[in-house]
Design a protein around this ligand. Structure first.
Ligand code: AMP
Length: 397
């Protein structure tokens, strides 16, 4: 069965065509600058040269049309006809409280998905545009929505209610939702497999450390707590997002700098994090290089990131009766040997003992803890597309 996975942003669209039985990626690609001059699709068929198609893409429908043509192209396509696509799995950022699992996107479900736009005004509209365009172009192909928030819907109220007047939860659904759910779910399933522990028995702390970062406390294979909140701004120090700060800073800076709510929101999302502190870059490779050359603020930003990760690992271990493993995933978690080592080093007294030699790996599934470490440490490259494809297959089979 071949599943097309689509991740639609406001001006870009990532796709993968996956043969789900073999778990093979047949092709992948990126449509860029949708609605902007200079739009193009970079199409990468597995085992063949990549192709760049430069063509005007005024909207998502045109982008998806080009993607479908590329996928089934006589020269650089990987299937003979679009009919070979059994279903399309769409990543949707926010599923509110309505979606606690992936779901078939019927007209009724689409109406409910539109109701979630209020909660993610920057992301959900683009996701929905992509689904609508696909539905128009492939009216007979089933569409499935896979929500970033769905995996975290198992959190207990004690972890999702904010200590503000309860009426705001009732009136506006303000609560912790959490994000990166597809990634946390994928690495949880892989960890259970690798460690040979039943999924409903496994307790983990999963650390998705990338440009956006979040940590989840997994109890019995389910999300019990997670660091991101109503939006992806809460929790860890990130590439350009501030994570947890004293909320009183918001009106304070607003008054001092004459910024309105959107201005402060933009500052916290785009000008903060390790970028804001270092003043150099949001990319950890640049920061590690600068810190090595003696740049104090680059070092400070990395130390702050590390400190917050440790704080949440420790805090989440108090929520579960035992911890089977700490899992590292995403760009930094999979690739930064030094960050993994410095996070784990000072957690040895908590039973988390890293083996520096085993830890000398990038982007490969492996156990990096010492043999006598009571709590295992795993590196598991995330694969959100495969998770989306699997969920899609399960719903259409
Ligand atoms: P992601 O959002 O998961 O794609 O992660 C992207 C981030 O991973 C980049 O911004 C880098 O900071 C980080 N990253 C990728 N490769 C490395 C590496 N070799 N060492 C340190 N950080 C890395």
């Amino acid at each position: 069965m071949k599943i097309l996975v689509i991740n639609c942003g406001s001006s870009s669209l990532k796709y993968q065509l996956i043969d789900i039985e073999k778990e093979d990626v047949l092709c992948k690609g990126l449509a860029e600058r949708i609605g902007i001059e200079g739009s193009r699709v970079v199409h990468e068929p597995t085992g063949m040269e990549k192709v760049t198609i430069e063509e005007a893409m005024p909207d998502h429908k045109k982008a998806i049309e080009i993607v479908l043509n590329s996928v089934a192209h006589p020269e650089y396509g990987v299937i003979k006809s679009m009919d070979e696509i059994a279903a399309v799995g769409h990543r949707v950022v926010h599923g509110g409280e309505v979606f606690n699992d992936s779901t078939l996107l019927t007209d009724e479900v689409m109406d409910k998905a539109r109701e979630c736009i209020d909660l993610a005004p920057l992301h959900n509209p683009a996701n929905i545009m992509g689904i609508e365009a696909c539905k128009e172009l492939m009216p007979d192909t089933p569409m499935v929505g896979v929500f970033d928030t769905a995996f975290h819907q198992t959190m207990p109220a004690v972890n999702y209610i904010y200590a503000i007047p309860y009426e705001y939860y009732e009136k506006y659904a303000i609560r912790r939702y959490g994000f990166h759910g597809t990634s946390h779910k994928y690495v949880t399933e892989r960890a259970a497999d690798i460690l040979g522990i039943d999924l409903d028995k496994i307790n983990l702390i999963t650390c998705h450390l990338g440009n956006g970062s979040s940590i989840t406390c997994i109890e019995g294979g389910k999300s019990r707590n997670t660091t991101m909140g109503l939006t992806p701004l809460e929790g860890l120090v990130m590439g350009t997002r501030c994570g947890d700060i004293d909320p009183a800073i918001i009106p304070f800076i607003g008054r001092k700098e004459n910024l309105d709510y959107d201005g402060v929101d933009n500052m916290m999302n785009k000008e903060s994090g390790v970028y804001g502190v270092s003043g150099i870059s949001s990319d950890f490779r640049d920061l590690e290089d600068a810190a090595k050359e003696g740049n104090e603020r680059a070092k400070l930003s990395l130390d702050m990131f590390e400190s917050k990760v440790k704080k949440y690992i420790g805090a989440y271990m108090t929520e579960i009766d035992h911890t089977d493993a700490i899992v590292f995933t995403a760009g930094i978690g999979e690739n930064s040997i030094s960050m993994r080592e410095s996070i784990c080093k000072s957690l040895e007294h908590m039973g988390i003992k890293i083996d520096p030699e085993k830890n000398n790996v990038r982007g490969k599934e492996c156990i990096v803890s010492a043999d006598d470490s009571p709590i295992k440490i795993l590196v598991i490259p995330t694969n959100e597309e495969l998770m989306i494809a699997k969920d899609t297959m399960n719903l259409v089979k």
